[in-house]
Design a protein around this ligand. Structure first.
Ligand SMILES: NC(=O)c1ccc[n+]([C@@H]2O[C@H](COP(=O)([O-])OP(=O)(O)OC[C@H]3O[C@@H](n4cnc5c(N)ncnc54)[C@H](O)[C@@H]3O)[C@@H](O)[C@H]2O)c1
Length: 414
């Protein structure tokens, strides 16, 4: 796609992440146009529509089969991610799917392989990496400021998703295994299973963990069917050791603190609101950086994720937050759950599963109904693109997000 063209988006799911991130940030992007939103709870789609002026449609198919849509944000409960992502990819759309990318490694593999086979883009909404303190930390680590990393400690916890989700209260889908698959470990732990390998440049290869349900109750007053606390020990591919905790029972302020210990000192991220990156060196030197905040559920800051996805489509770049990294983060979560179940240290399955992929175009149906093939048609590899240049807003010469991302691949074409 040439730069003067627009990426036309559909949104599946009009819950909190669509409202506060995807629709909001796409509505502010001069290269994106919101074309349609669908949510089975129509009032939610209508509310999103009232804020961002995007037409409401009555079915998933009205987005998946809409030839005027180039890309789709999948913002539904976890159990719907793989089915909808694959249907959109097969219909010739690029997909920005929320995390965790799927509820099992087979489905995640199918998502990646379908995108690859059809030449479509798949990005997973792992926004932690774009937060300023984490970007700064990656740079400092690459510069070797704390020497060779040996160990780390990372936490992600808050008081639970029942106040965030549009399903407010104990009946939220986040608490139900059949919709969520995993609790705080998949909601919050997966962010850190993504962030740590991204910061350190290595993979998580082994995990030992305790994963439990300690406090959260469902609408019947019974313990929820997914975890609300996880305490994990991780081993990285270069031998670095670390601790990861995820929790939905850290009542009070959100805890998103990471400490990385190296041969020359330590780096603390997200602990000090005034200086979200602090470095304490062995030689007594202290470095403190004011680099913007780590976002919380209550104080959202612009994630940059939808903007980055738009850039990747327009500049035809492989998304840096791709399916493979999302898969590895999910694989680490799976290993933590397995370790808890077996009482053993478990290997992380970082290789894709040997799945068969049917890359023929299909019409999306509910999971129980076999996908119907469109007669005699091939998946459109090249999208029909909008020929219209953005008229409402003047296109900025450079967008901030591309400056912030320390990947060569995301650099704008000059
Ligand atoms: N990246 C992040 O930081 C972050 C933060 C919060 C949530 N998330 C992820 O975003 C996803 C959505 O979470 P949320 O907080 O918006 O939840 P939510 O409960 O607020 O909203 C989910 C919406 O999806 C709708 N839905 C259900 N099935 C659908 C279908 N088949 N098609 C279209 N819509 C459907 C529901 O009716 C609901 O309105 C989850 O996977 C979650 O893990 C990511």
């Amino acid at each position: 796609m040439a730069k003067e063209e627009l990426v036309r988006f559909g949104i599946l799911g009009a819950g909190s992440i669509a409202l506060f991130r995807h629709a909001l940030e796409l509505s502010q992007n001069p290269y994106a146009k919101l074309v349609a939103v669908y949510d089975p709870i129509k009032s939610r789609a209508e509310y999103l529509s009232s804020l961002y002026h995007v037409p409401v449609v009555d079915s998933e198919e009205a987005i998946i089969n809409n030839k005027n849509i180039d890309a789709v944000c999948v913002c539904t409960p976890n159990s719907e991610h793989a089915r909808l992502t694959i249907a959109c990819l097969k219909a010739g759309k690029d997909v920005l799917c929320e995390k965790p990318m799927a509820t099992n490694l087979e489905d995640a593999s199918k998502m990646i392989l379908t995108a690859e086979k059809l030449g479509r883009k798949l990005m997973i909404g792992h926004n932690q990496c774009l937060m300023s303190p984490h970007l700064k930390a990656k740079k400092l680590l690459q510069e070797g400021v704390i020497g060779k990393v040996m160990t780390f400690r990372t936490a992600f916890g808050h008081g639970g998703p029942e106040t965030w989700s549009q399903d407010k209260g104990p009946h939220t889908w986040f608490f139900k295994k059949e919709k969520a698959y995993v609790g705080c470990m998949g909601d919050l732990g997966v962010h850190k299973c993504y962030l740590i390998p991204w910061l350190l440049g290595t993979d998580i290869v082994e995990a030992a963990s305790f994963v439990a349900t300690m406090d959260k109750k469902n609408e019947k007053g019974k313990p929820i069917t997914v975890d609300d606390n996880a305490v994990c020990i991780l081993k990285m591919s270069d031998g670095v050791l670390g601790q990861l905790t995820a929790s939905w029972t850290y009542y009070g302020p959100e805890d998103n603190i990471t400490t990385i210990y190296g041969t020359e000192g330590r780096m603390i991220l997200g602990a000090n609101p005034d200086y979200p990156v602090e470095v304490y060196l062995k030689n007594g030197e202290v470095q403190k950086y004011k680099v913007g905040a780590v976002a919380t559920n209550t104080v959202q800051v612009k994630s940059g994720i939808p903007d980055l996805f738009v850039d990747c489509i327009l500049d035809d770049i492989k998304p840096p937050f791709d399916g493979i990294k999302g898969y590895k983060a999910l694989a680490a979560v799976v290993a933590c759950l397995e370790s808890n179940e077996t009482g053993k240290i478990c290997k992380v399955h970082n290789e894709l599963m040997p799945v068969k992929v049917d890359a023929a175009p299909a019409v999306a149906k509910k999971a129980s109904v076999p996908a119907k093939k469109a007669p005699g048609k091939k998946a459109p590899i090249k999208k029909a693109v909008a020929k219209k240049a953005p008229t409402k807003k003047a296109a900025p010469a450079k967008k901030a997000v591309t400056k912030k991302v320390p990947f060569k691949k995301t650099a704008k074409k000059k």
